[in-house]
Structure formats: C-alpha cells, structure tokens
Design a protein around this ligand. Structure first.
Ligand code: N01
Length: 547
C-alpha cells in the first residue's frame, strides 16, 4: 500500500497511489469508498467542479431518471438506504445530484477527489506494470490500478451541421446545460433531437417559448414517466422491503425488482396481454420494454407491445397527420432505449409547437438567424441540441490510454470495443472499465451495476494482494470469445435491428458493433462471479513483473 495522495490544488503534483479512478459519478464515488475501505490509497480525478457525473452535467428542464428512485440508489450501506428520503417515484436531476452530494459528504469522499481536473494520459510502464496518469493540471500520478468510471453517456455529440457556429442566438446542448438554467420566455426556440433528452425537455420548453420548432429526424417510442410524489407510507414500505427488493434486482434482467410476465406475449389471452401492458404503462419508466420475456426476441411478440403503444399514443394526439410523423416505423419498440415523458405527445397539440419532419425536409444549414431545411427557413432565438452522445466508448477514447508495446486503447478498439467481461482489455493490465461495452451497461440500473463491477474489481485486487501478484490481465482468446458471445446474444434479439447508439450508429464512421451485453444483469452477475470463483479464468494473473 502507498501513501495517501496530496489533495488537489496543493503543490505536490506527483504521487504514488494504489488506484486512480477517472470520474466522480455513481461509479467513481463508490470505487473510492469501496477501495478505501479495503485499505487502498485512491485518487479520483473529475473534470467537473462537483460530484455527480452525468447528473452533474445534464441539467436540462425535465431531466429525471427513468428507473425508480428507490432502486436507482446505492445498496452498499443499509443505513444510507434508510436515512435518505426520495420525494418522488422517479427522481429529478436536482434530487439525484443532492443525493450524490450527500453520499460524498457522508462518506468523506471529497478529500481524495481532484475536481476540475481532466485526465489526459494513462501510460503503462511495462517494467513495473504501473500506470503513469497525467492530467491537464500537471498532475503526474503513478498508480498500480486504474479504474475508468467515465460513464457510457458522457461525451456529448455535437452534430456536424453546416453553419452551426455562425448562429447568432443562444446554443445549448442538453448534456451541458447552464447551471443557472435558461429562460425561454417569449423566444423562438428550435430543438434538434427527439431521443430521451429531447423528449423530456420539449414539454417544458414548450410551456415557456413563444414558438417551439421540434426538428425530428427519427421518431421515438416514449411512454409516460408515471411519476408520482412518494408519501411517508410508501417510503416506509419501500424501506422495509429493501433487502428483498435488492435481491430481486440483482437477479433480474435490468437491475430492478420487477419481473416480466412468466409467459410469452403470444401465449396469453388478449385480456391478459392488455392488462399486462396496462400495468407497465401505469408503472411508468423503461420497463414497458420488458413486460414479456420475448418482447425483444420475436417481432410477433414485439408487435403486440407496439400496437398497444400506438393505440395509446394516437389517442392523445389531436392531428392524425402529426401522429403519423411521431409514430416510429423503422424499428421494433424497445430496440432503441425507450424514452419516458411527461406529456410529450400532447405537447404537439399546442398552438406554439410545430413538428418539422427532417426525413421529408432535411436540414441544409444553420445561419445567423436560424435554420434552413430543404423546404423553409426557421427564424430562431435559441437552439437546443438534444443530439445525444458518442456513447459507451466516446469518453474512454478521449483519454490517451497506452498499454503494452505502446499500443493505445483506441488502436485496440479500432474495430469496436473488445473486452473480456466488459472489465478487462488484453494488453492493458490492471485497468478496469466500469459499466461500459461488453457489460450490461446502459441496459441495466447503472447504480447497482457500478456496485457489482466495483465489488468484483475490489475482490480481484484482494485476490492479487493475497498472492503478492502484481497484476491481472485479460487474455486475448478470452476477450475474443466474449466479444463473439456478446454479438451472438445480441443477434438472438431484435436489438440490432434499430440504428441505435447501442450500435454506434449515431456517430458517422464508428464501427457498428452491438456494445452492451444483452443477456441480462442477473445472468451477467453470475458469469463474472463464476469467473472470480474459478480463480479468474480468462485472465492472466501475473506472479512477477516479467510474466
Ligand atoms: O440522445 P439520443 P439522448 N440532425 O442519441 C438526433 C440516456 N438518457 O441524449 O435518431 C438531426 O437518444 C437523433 O436523431 P436520429 C438514455 O439511455 C436517459 O436523447 O439519429 N437530428 C436523436 O433523435 C438515452 O437513450 C434519460 O435520427 C440529429 C437525438 O438527436 C441516452 O441517454 C434521459 C442529428 C439524439 O438522441 C441518450 O439520449 C436522457 C442531426 N445531425 C438520456 N444528430 C432518462 O433517464 C442527432 N440527432 C430518462
């Protein structure tokens, strides 16, 4: 074990620690707590001025989680579970950020976090198998282990639209929203993008703006968020049932305690089908996609969900021609992350809201006064880019990670992210990627997923230390088999049928690989636990530095 690092802002910019963690979101904070508890020295670098990761940056109006608050929260400390009071079924961004700040204070985490500090380089010293980590503030830290907790949805995608820089009005990206908020009152606003972020923000912006133009390229499936305030009685019942809730979540497909209907959507009566979807509709959140076990496996089962959804949505849109443009036709429901909303479709009934179908009339350019499609010019005072992320790999690839033989992680991932279990990359010993490609990642509850991963990493470190082994490293053959296994499992579902960011399809030139492990959170947890129990098969445990 090495000395504690110097806190950020002190003169000592060089240090040696056991572990460097990149990112202070849900995963980074837990990494720090868990590994510190194991007696390791840990230094966390975070580009933002505060903790929270995605919940620090994504402050757009309407930002809210689509997993229930009671489940989208840490499980590692039962006192924390009992003392924190979520006020709503689905927490808003400010409440989640307040929770994370509470956690940072309660567990005294800030003293080992360097804020406003971006990691620029991580270079392996092959002789010592230690990593030299450099930051944009001049830190040079030697670490035995590196944990990438940068988040799969943290590298904002700015679309390459001609003239974007020439726009004279305000430009915002949902993932970099001003902390002081934005007042759209009386303004002509354009929103580009109708994914989860756009769909959450649009109803709120519509209430303020004089005129809102929604520039939609691809329509999306969205279900009502189903948010309600939590009363004391509900909260008490949730807290009393926490242990069972967590147990079910860890075994489940997506990290929440709700189980799908036990039968195929095609084997139940019409009434049971309707009632099952109705219950999920009432529950709100993303689990509408998982009402039946085969909903994302066969198109026939999927069609039952899609038809239910379409009926519900058409019923709330006044103009059938507008509804036609808002209803997706190019992918199965749930094959892209389903969105959740607060009166999104009803927003298009407002007089001050216009839907612009970019499939029929694509964007040509932006100029100082607004946006040109092939059909019209739209004068705008403000432009909101709800254009998503270079997901899963984008933030990792911004780091210059250099492994064995001077090979960068970007070179290793040129054909797509190759990992073993999502955790290890051959040629990059003692480097762990958290909740990214090759893991359930964004298909699961990211809080429990982060805990699962970091407990595994902490145990792996303890395993090494018990044997005085310097390093663990994923084997090439194991990674190749895992990538093939992930691809095979994805191909057995409908998921690759959508041009989604799961596949990298939203970023021009990105290799088209289905990145998350689709086999389910519980199944994945068993796989990685079995690997650990078998002495980390598929990994080389280096017993000395020459191995
Ligand atoms: O990003 P997206 P997001 N011209 O990539 C459009 C999580 N999340 O930030 O589909 C015109 O989904 C693009 O169009 P198309 C959640 O996992 C969760 O909304 O490429 N349009 C699309 O409509 C989610 O899935 C929560 O044709 C352009 C939109 O921009 C993930 O984050 C809330 C364009 C991008 O949608 C990402 O969601 C928010 C262009 N040049 C986010 N480029 C909750 O927990 C892009 N688009 C509820």
């Amino acid at each position: 074990m090495t000395a504690q690092p110097a806190p950020s802002g002190t003169a000592d910019k060089s240090a040696a620690v056991d572990v460097v963690v990149v990112g202070a979101g849900f995963a980074g904070l837990y990494a720090l707590h868990r590994l510190r508890r194991q007696g390791l020295s840990v230094r966390v670098f975070e580009a933002a001025a505060g903790v929270g990761g995605v919940w620090y940056w994504n402050r757009y109006p309407g930002a809210r989680c689509d997993v229930e608050s009671v489940d989208y929260s840490y499980s590692f400390d039962s006192a924390l579970e009992q003392e924190w009071n979520w006020t709503e079924k689905y927490a808003t961004q400010p409440e989640i950020l307040a929770y994370l700040n509470h956690v940072a204070d309660r567990f005294d985490l800030r003293r080992d976090i360097s804020f406003e500090t971006r990691v620029t380089d991580m270079v392996l010293d092959e002789k010592t198998l230690r990593w030299e980590v450099r930051t944009d503030r001049g830190d040079v830290v030697s670490a035995r282990f590196c944990i990438l907790a940068v988040g799969p949805l943290s590298n904002a995608n700015i679309p390459a639209i001609e003239g974007l820089d020439s726009f004279a009005g305000e430009v915002y990206h949902t993932a970099h929203w001003p902390h002081e908020g934005v007042d759209f009152t009386g303004k002509r606003v354009g929103v580009i993008g109708t994914g989860s972020s756009g769909i959450q923000a649009i109803p709120h912006i519509a209430k303020e703006a004089a005129q809102l133009y929604v520039f939609q390229r691809t329509p999306n499936y969205s279900v009502p968020a189903g948010n309600i305030p939590l009363d004391d009685e509900t909260r008490a019942a949730q807290k009393a049932g926490y242990a069972e809730r967590r147990r079910l979540s860890m075994l489940s497909g997506g990290g929440s305690p709700h189980q799908p209907h036990p039968e195929s959507a095609l084997d139940v009566s019409a009434e049971e089908l309707r009632q099952t979807y109705e219950r999920r509709w009432e529950l709100g959140g993303v689990l509408f996609s998982k009402a039946f076990p085969d909903q994302l496996v066969t198109i026939e089962a999927n069609d039952t969900a899609r038809l239910f959804w379409e009926q519900k949505v058409r019923a709330v849109i006044d103009d059938p021609a507008v509804a036609d443009v808002l209803i997706p036709k190019d992918h199965p429901i749930g094959a892209k992350r389903i969105c959740t909303d607060d009166n999104y479709f009803q927003t298009f009934n407002r007089d001050n809201v216009s839907l612009v179908n970019l499939r029929a009339t694509p964007i040509e350019r932006i100029d100082a006064s607004g946006l040109d499609t092939t059909e019209a010019h739209y004068d705008l005072d403000a432009l909101v880019l709800a254009t998503g992320f270079d997901a899963m790999t984008g933030s990792v690839q911004k780091l210059n990670v250099v492994g064995r033989g001077g090979r960068t992680l970007n070179e290793a991932w040129a054909e797509g992210p190759a990992t073993y279990l999502g955790l290890g990359v051959p040629g990059f010993p003692n480097l762990f990627n958290i909740a990214g490609p090759g893991a359930p990642s964004v298909l699961a509850n990211m809080v429990l997923h982060s805990e699962l991963h970091l407990n595994w990493v902490a145990d792996a470190i303890a395993f090494l230390d018990a044997r005085s082994a310097p390093a663990i490293e994923a084997r090439e053959d194991a990674a190749a088999e895992w990538v093939a296994e992930c691809t095979r499992r994805a191909a057995e579902t409908l998921m690759p049928q959508a041009n989604s960011w799961y596949l990298g399809a939203n970023i021009p030139g990105k290799p088209r690989v289905f990145m998350p492990f689709v086999g389910g959170f519980g199944v994945y947890g068993e796989i990685i636990a079995d690997v650990a129990a078998a002495g980390y098969n598929g990994f080389d445990i280096h017993q000395d530095l020459t191995a």
